[in-house]
Write a new protein. Sequence first.
Length: 358
Amino acid sequence: MKRLCAIALAALLSSCGDGAETPPATGFATLPQEPYRTLAEWRLFRDPVAQTPADHVLPYTVNAPLFSDFTAKFRFVAIPPGRHITYRPDGAWVLPEGAVLVKTFAYPRDARNLALGYQLLETRILVRTRDGFAPHTYVWNAAQTEAVRQVAAPPVNVSWIDEAGATRTNEYIIPNTNQCLTCHGQRGLTDALAMRTDQLDRAGPDGVNQLDAMAARGWFDGALPPAAMRSHFPDVRDEGAPVEARARAYLHANCGHCHNPRDRSMASVTGLNLEVSETRPSNLGVCRRPAMAGSGSGGLDYDLVPGHPERSVMLFRMRTSDPRARMPTVGTNFNDPFGADLVERWILGLTGDTCGTP
């Protein structure tokens, strides 16, 4: 058996070198030694252009998405045969070697009529290897026929029609491979941000609960807890859900990957912890002096002042047009008006220490 596995692995690796052969259509029980040159070679899609996944690939959505300059996103996950996810009720799941996460970024040609299709920009792949997760970026060509791996790609000039019928333009930034680590964690600590119960416990694109769909495929290492016992974020756009829960989920998804106390996280030195598990007001920024001064803080004295969004550095940095002060610092050219409005409503509703306000 070991000899047969070795022969199969050698055949797969040799097929990546000169492109003379295609990888097996049954998936990726063994990973290539080097990432494939094109997205199609991964065999993750029946139709890459239409973003139609292969049978062994599951599309999914999240409760609290990351804002990325108004792009639409198509997300997928695949787990190799015979391997399993270690389920955790809280925090990130442990994915097995060979797991692949896929996210395609695109703009609708006309957001008022999605049937007109999308302009595909890039497809990011996060692969769980023996040494941790490895990111790869595949950039779509202008003809929209193929996505090719690039380590550092130039910006893409793109235009689309938004929900109000206005024509919008963007010099869309494609992060290089090292910039992927800014959000996903430095080498050796890289992780899959949304592979967790509170993000994925929701109905998927087919209307079936995503955790139950994964369990039906045999992807977990044990039985799941009943649905009523699972923790989950509210959908951040669900106006029927509490503002505080929605705002905390938004901050977790958009800021918590950097603003947390773990070693080597990009913003650990600020003292802010915007992960949803944080409950101490000072660590959420209440009456905390900002790490930046002057224009970086808008001249304000505290990260967060309960009841006073106009005095809170957090909201200033979400709304400023100054790219040197705007948050987040990577991967966006625009502010997110929805997220800023949601956080403003949360701050207005906070009570307690007003940091010296009479």
